[in-house]
Ligand binder design. Structure first.
Ligand SMILES: [Zn+2]
Length: 202
């Protein structure tokens, strides 16, 4: 019996074949703009690229237009595809956070999170500490997360975290779902990697 192999696509930057889920799909919108399609649901022809700055920049030298069967001119008007991909991954991390809340797997607020960490936490969870948290609270939560062996990221502001949860600003959120925690970590990792090399945020 043949094993079902995951779908594989070729990166238009480095030319390597990789599993589709490890690549970003890029489409050309009807208005002639290159846009990342993280969900892979845009009906237009798609081309793939590794979520790495070097691959995106390489793909922009020509192969991306060829794979999309569009005029090379589209690459001149592509704006900053690196930044758009990074923003899309950041947005994905925030929607995952909303998803965690909807399924009752996100706790937020300093005292609630501290209490949960004291009662016992899983190493597969994820802490999201606001980067604009007050130094005292930040220090306290960092210690509590470290003591509980819960990995954490400081990527979002209190407003970002609150908005993603449909609440007022939050200093910390604890994601208590292994799958969602992993997907958020991956999104943030890709956001960072895609801005490597020549990203306009530098
Ligand atoms: Zn690549």
């Amino acid at each position: 019996m043949a094993l079902r192999t995951p779908p594989v696509r070729t990166c238009t930057g480095c030319g390597k074949k990789r599993e589709k889920t490890g690549l970003v799909r890029i489409v050309c919108s009807p208005s002639g703009r290159l846009v990342p399609d993280l969900k892979g649901t845009f009906p237009s022809r798609g081309a793939y690229v590794c979520p790495e700055g070097s691959c995106v920049l390489n793909a922009m030298k020509g192969r991306l237009a060829a794979a999309l069967k569009v005029d090379k001119k589209v690459l001149d008007t592509a704006g900053d595809l690196q930044r758009d991909i990074a923003a899309a991954y950041r947005q994905r991390a925030l929607s995952l956070l909303g998803q965690a809340r909807k399924s009752g797997r996100a706790s937020s607020g300093t005292s609630l999170v501290e209490g949960e960490l004291r009662r016992g936490a899983e190493m597969t969870w994820l802490g999201l500490l606001a980067k604009d948290v007050s130094p005292d609270i930040g220090e306290k939560i960092r210690k509590a997360l470290t003591r509980a062996s819960v990995p954490f990221r400081e990527s979002f502001t209190r407003d970002d975290l609150g908005r993603a949860l449909g609440k007022s600003p939050r200093s910390v959120v604890l994601v208590k779902d292994e799958g969602i925690a992993r997907a958020i970590r991956e999104s943030l990792e890709r956001e960072k990697n895609v801005m490597n090399q020549g990203g306009s945020n530098r």
